[in-house]
Design a protein around this ligand. Structure first.
Ligand code: ACO
Length: 150
């Protein structure tokens, strides 16, 4: 089952979530910076224009505030007979909401989206600190992550 705490719900991101605290939630992950409403809406519309590629889910609490979010990016390839790979990105749960299985529920919902989109695998990068969390979500260690920073 994928049950949230009572009063909580999960749904796809909508552009009015700008006013519901989604950017504050992302600050637990990394630098977000100042994003205006129109920048947010433009990015949202860009994602929408890439049909079936970007899937962002949010969890809202009883007060209708965003307390968690996550994205799966569905990449279409040539290998594996023009197969698809899901990339899980930017999973964040508000600090005071961690430990309620919200992260696990988000990952489960995103992996179901990936499966429904026909992905043959789902991958993600995380810090060593989060390995146990992802193992509890059913993931296993894959290859090494490499990065080139600008
Ligand atoms: N170390 C060990 N176990 C953990 C950790 C951890 N860091 N985090 C969660 N767990 C365990 C929980 O104890 C729980 O175990 P249980 O089933 O035995 O009770 C299980 O994993 C599920 O935990 P949740 O309650 O679903 O975790 P939560 O809702 O707190 O979300 C998350 C986890 C997303 C990592 C959250 O702590 C967070 O937002 N952290 C800051 C941002 C971050 O690091 N995001 C992930 C970046 S990687 C990426 O985005 C691809």
């Amino acid at each position: 089952t994928n049950q949230l705490p009572s009063g909580y719900r999960m749904r796809p991101l909508v552009s009015s979530d700008y006013d519901k605290g989604v950017l504050d939630v992302l600050k637990v992950l990394t630098v977000v910076g100042n994003i205006s409403r129109s920048q947010f809406v433009d990015q949202f519309n860009y994602w929408k224009s890439k049909k079936d590629m970007y899937h962002t889910l949010v969890v809202l609490n009883e007060q209708d505030r965003v307390v968690g979010c996550g994205t799966v990016l569905v990449e279409s390839k040539l290998i594996h007979e023009c197969g698809k790979v899901g990339h899980i990105e930017d999973i964040a749960v508000a600090k005071d909401q961690q430990g309620k299985k919200l992260g696990l529920r988000i990952i489960n919902a995103l992996t179901e989206i990936g499966r429904a989109q026909g992905c043959y695998k789902i991958i993600l990068d995380c810090s060593e600190h989060n390995v146990k969390f992802y193992e509890k979500c059913g993931f296993t260690r894959g290859g090494a992550e490499m990065v080139l920073k600008f």
